[in-house]
Design a binder for this molecule. Sequence first.
Ligand SMILES: Nc1ncnc2c1ncn2[C@@H]1O[C@H](COP(=O)(O)OP(=O)(O)OP(=O)(O)O)[C@@H](O)[C@H]1O
Length: 262
Amino acid sequence: MPEHNPDLVRLEQVSVRFNKQTALNTIDLHLHDNCITTLIGPNGAGKTTLVRVVLGLIKPSTGKVWRRPGLRIGYMPQKLHIDHTLPLSVERFLNTPKKVDKQLMLKALEDVGAIHLAKHSLHNLSGGETQRVLLARALLRDPELLVLDEPVQGVDLNGQLELYQLISDIRKQRRCGVLMISHDLHLVMASTDHVICLNQHICCSGNPEHVSSDPSFIELFGPAQASTLALYNHHHVHRHDAHGDIIVDHPQPDECSGHHCG
Ligand SMILES: Nc1ncnc2c1ncn2[C@@H]1O[C@H](COP(=O)(O)OP(=O)(O)OP(=O)(O)O)[C@@H](O)[C@H]1O
């Protein structure tokens, strides 16, 4: 039997220029089944542009894009743009613009913990509930690749952690690939396999611990952010002995978690 190719999307030496401005510079990127890749970078770094290239909405000025033939992509936008004067239930929203299979819709709502919201008005949902409904909509196509543009925007801290956990669970259940944009590496650390730090070009990439100690990450985000991350790492790198007492494991500075996507 031929071996299953885990690649979903490959970008090779992709550059995007708008007029004379370079938004992306020679980007190499592989997205795989069952792997969460997070894009971080300052405002204007090209994160949304990169997502749009992956979605096929922007053609690169130079470089190559390959997608698995027939690839099903579920996309969760940053914000919901709807007319607040129109009454719209969650169920109806999920059936717009095209009616979807009811079982699929219920399964998607169940997977995001929002089945109880099916009949609710979309306009009365909290920030976290709205994001769950948007995520359910992205799941309707049974995607092989989920693309999430700042999925926790407008959500309080606890809600953000819950959403990242949910994204992690969805990946585990469906074994799909995930590409998401985040502004906050320390919140997303536990729920990502691979981080790409972008500032027009890829400044550094790897597992979250590796990226957080990379000099170019520290240069981009400043030492304060990096030391918060270092603290966060230390808090989480410990085990408990038979009595429940903490045994601290000291990580090596550039230790790799050994995780390989795919
Ligand atoms: N359609 C466009 N035409 C011209 N310039 C664009 C276009 N889209 C994006 N840009 C420019 O490209 C650069 C990268 O924008 P992009 O939205 O990809 O950044 P980002 O990292 O997603 O930013 P943010 O974190 O602020 O959302 C910016 O300088 C932006 O002004």
